[in-house]
Write a protein that binds this ligand. Sequence first.
Ligand code: NAD
Length: 434
Amino acid sequence: MKLGIIGTGYVGLVSGVCFAENGNEVICMDVDEKKIKRLKQGDPVIYEPQVKELLGKNISEGRITFSTSLKDTAQNSEVIFLCLPTPPYEDGSVDLSRVLDVSDKMAEHINGYKIIVSKSTVPVGTCDRIREIISKKTKHEFDVVSNPEFLKEGAAVNDFMSPDRVVIGTSSRKAAEIMRELYSSFMRVSERIIIMDEHSSELTKYASNSMLAMRISFMNEIANICELAKADIDMVRTGIGSDARIGNSFLFPGVGYGGSCFPKDVKGLISTSEEFGYDFRLLKAIDEVNVNQKLRFAEKILNHFKGNIKGKTIAVWGLSYKPRTDDIREAPAITIIKKLSEAGANIQAFDPAAMDNFREQFGKIPNLKFCKSNYDALKDASALVLITEWNEFRNPDIDKMKSLMKEHVVFDGRNIYKPELLKAEGFTYYGIGK
Ligand code: NAD
């Protein structure tokens, strides 16, 4: 099939290379000329496992091309995916300007039957709005479909190639059949396509992310109680996760969720609910707990030093919002590093993939230095603060840590270390919910 992808970021590029890999002819379009130039040369721009390899292979086999022309992309594609940013406004409502603007501009170039697919996460009713905008400018037949994306950064290619499910929201039988056909090559083992109406599909994405965010905030609250009650969150987690109705995934407490999706989508659903006259109180609490969890961790560090952290060196391991990505949008590291810097600490940070992004956006935070390796960050440090659980941080050389650090204190924001082991080596250990 001939496919167009508008917006070649995390979702657009992964979708593009995966559709191409499964034999489709894909044009990826973006307004960012520099990005398109790099992509044409096989440079994926983002850090995401497997993307570079798939990109190179599909460019050389001629199944994926890149363009800055909306016109060429729209005219040469049968199915056009909108993979555009939908960031939050200050009040939490969703900024749909790019999605609506591109729909308006694209409408002029429609030259035959097209399916316009929203892969962007958009509030209920957005497909109706896109349909209305396009119908004002074209006489050609077209359908607008909601097809929310559920990939996880860090495992995006695997998620796209073997999805748990593909949700397709459409009231057009013709569009549904074409979409089913397009995704059939991703369903070799079993059929996991769920077809529903547009509104239900749009809401499914927000409900999924909000449910996952709820599990995280819930576990963070339980962890906070554990600390006060001298209970161990790992024991509690194992105890509750063994209930088949609950399940044991997504039950890990930490320093709060971040990323481009959970914070934005929780706020987006609060705002959509308000538009419908509904006060979604639970969602507001999920968001509030999350904001507090990041601050609570920073306070734990400051409390250890009795507020006297000025001039001390603090090593930070991990800047991305989760491992195996360079994405730092809403990363807990931002809040925590800002708090430590405000208190006068010297921060020595290291991340395997996200340092360039962090330097570009937050390089001006006072007393923040970026290091060549995780051990380099430990030189003369009075504490190690582990924020992102990259695999390369899981089994550090304890002797090396001891010799590099000035004071032996570890704040483990992801509970990846064994407290007994570190304590036996003379470290003061702080975890989450322990
Ligand atoms: P992104 O910021 O990584 O990429 C968006 C791309 O769109 C950028 O390359 C940008 O240059 C381009 N763009 C902006 N305006 C444009 C325009 N007018 N015309 C053409 N291109 C334009 O965003 P993303 O993380 O890929 O997210 C895209 C959408 O997918 C969002 O709605 C997001 O909520 C949703 N989503 C993201 C993820 C994720 O893990 N990142 C997962 C599921 C869903």
